[in-house]
Design a protein around this ligand. Structure first.
Ligand SMILES: Cc1cc2nc3c(=O)[nH]c(=O)nc-3n(C[C@H](O)[C@H](O)[C@H](O)COP(=O)(O)OP(=O)(O)OC[C@H]3O[C@@H](n4cnc5c(N)ncnc54)[C@H](O)[C@@H]3O)c2cc1C
Ligand SMILES: *[C@@H]1O[C@H](CO)[C@@H](O)[C@H](O)[C@H]1NC(C)=O
Ligand SMILES: *[C@@H]1O[C@H](CO)[C@@H](O)[C@H](O)[C@H]1NC(C)=O
Ligand SMILES: *[C@@H]1O[C@H](CO)[C@@H](O)[C@H](O)[C@H]1NC(C)=O
Ligand SMILES: *[C@@H]1O[C@H](CO)[C@@H](O)[C@H](O)[C@H]1NC(C)=O
Ligand SMILES: *[C@@H]1O[C@H](CO)[C@@H](O)[C@H](O)[C@H]1NC(C)=O
Length: 347
């Protein structure tokens, strides 16, 4: 079947962004997405619906992360300009604080492309903060944004979607027509047969969903061993995400009342207007960021598909950690570029 020429395994933001880049290059009707979980589902094994989500300078300072962020920011900015309500993406003002000075490479890179980038004068920083910036961020309503991506892919571009769990890497090669498989399985990459990448590990976060319609701006503070943030969710009737935690190697889906208390006290100290009687805590959630030592893996590999010696091209794209929404589109462009020749041969 022609729609099986390209297979994307995984329907988190990473797999959906890859499918979107392929569709925009004209391969929508040649692409099938296979995933155990699809937008609209919730599971501890499906990270994307749990994200805040915002564009933040929290990401790493290595060349890959800086490049993916920049590509992702440009894409999200254009989406916010033309499709904001449908895509659940919106510009807002963000303030970010660091307890320790970020690297010069990071500051330089951000200063070049972030809209309305401004350093906060040292005298205006809260105590204990070494560095602060203000800029225009992009905030996403994560669960609604991935539904938008799925709808656009199927209705506008003719991408086929199959709900199915695969047990190993070669099952993505659905038939002999399948030339390229994209592996966008997130944290599952640690245990799945065929890759078993031991560099992958979960980074747990607990967040609170609150109703606080009077809060209109993002604030976050990056500490040595904590992350505190307030992120209004676009087009949600005043919902705000309060966080959070970055717990390396922790994978429990449970939520804890003492973590809820910690989030409330830290966010209220940072943004006192949260303490208003208008604020209502609706729920606590736990989510696992698909992290990877050394950063995400975007690379191509030629593998043996079956006993007959048939070869297939596998493109890895996993380990986005805490930045799948902001960097996902940039990662997708590069993942698709690794197989530019193979894609051309499909035409
Ligand atoms: C609390 C929290 C806040 C966050 N905030 C932000 C933020 O503000 N900004 C930001 O950029 N990022 C944020 N993130 C990170 C972001 O959510 C992740 O980077 C992103 O969701 C990772 O997407 P993914 O597609 O790699 O994985 P997932 O969303 O987990 O998707 C994996 C997909 O693979 C499928 N799959 C796995 N194994 C198999 C199999 N064997 N067979 C078939 N299908 C399979 C799953 O069913 C699913 O469809 C946050 C994360 C958390 C937890
Ligand atoms: C890609 O899809 C188009 C449209 O359905 C089809 O005409 C073409 O043959 C497909 N190519 C391959 C190699 O599957
Ligand atoms: C999540 O994935 C792990 C590893 O594949 C599995 O053992 C566990 O049963 C899954 N949990 C749920 C709730 O699906
Ligand atoms: C993530 O990986 C850890 C360790 O392998 C595992 O315990 C957990 O169930 C995984 N969770 C997800 C979201 O796949
Ligand atoms: C804000 O963004 C960063 C990176 O994109 C992410 O790690 C953090 O968890 C986000 N906060 C929320 C509430 O999603
Ligand atoms: C995706 O990659 C994982 C490991 O990262 C592997 O175990 C799994 O089988 C792959 N899925 C497909 C169909 O390529």
């Amino acid at each position: 079947m022609k729609s099986e020429s390209i297979v994307v395994v995984g329907a988190g933001v990473i797999g959906l962004d890859v499918a979107l880049v392929l569709a925009k290059r004209g391969y929508g009707r040649n692409t099938t997405i296979i995933a155990e979980h699809l937008p609209g589902d919730t599971s501890i094994n499906y990270t994307s619906p749990w994200a805040g989500a915002n564009f933040s300078a929290i990401s790493a300072s290595d060349a890959n992360a800086l490049r993916w962020d920049k590509l992702g920011y440009a894409y999200l900015l254009s989406l916010a300009a033309k499709d904001d309500k449908d895509a659940f993406v919106k510009e807002s003002t963000s303030t970010e604080y660091w307890d320790e000075m970020p690297s010069p490479a990071k500051i330089d890179s951000m200063a070049k492309y972030l809209k309305n980038f401004k350093e906060i004068p040292a005298g205006d920083l809260p105590s204990g903060v070494a560095y602060g910036i203000e800029f225009t961020t992009i905030t996403l309503n994560a669960p609604m944004h991935i539904r938008y991506l799925l709808r656009k892919l199927t209705e506008e571009y003719g991408v086929r979607v199959v709900r199915k769990r695969v047990s190993d890497i070669t099952s993505g090669f659905l038939s002999k027509d399948t030339k390229v498989v994209f592996n966008c399985t997130g944290n599952a990459s640690r245990d799945l047969n065929g890759v078993q990448d031991s560099k992958c590990y979960p980074t747990r976060g607990q967040i609170l969903l609150a109703k606080a319609p009077h809060i209109q701006q993002n604030v976050m503070r990056h500490g040595k061993d904590y992350e505190t943030y307030v992120i209004p969710r676009p087009y949600s009737n005043g919902n705000v995400i309060l966080g959070g935690f970055m717990q390396k190697g922790v994978s429990t889906a449970d939520t804890f009342s003492y973590e809820t208390e910690s989030i409330l006290s830290r966010t209220t100290a940072m943004l006192p207007s949260l303490a208003s009687s208008e604020t209502q805590i609706l729920a606590a959630f736990s989510g696992l960021r698909p992290s990877r030592e050394g950063g995400a893996r975007v690379s191509k590999e030629v593998i043996q598909v079956d006993g007959t010696g048939r070869q297939g091209v596998l493109v890895h794209n996993y380990g986005a950690g805490g930045t799948g929404f902001q960097a996902g589109y940039g990662m997708a462009i590069e993942a698709a570029n690794t197989v530019a020749e193979e894609l051309q041969a499909l035409a």
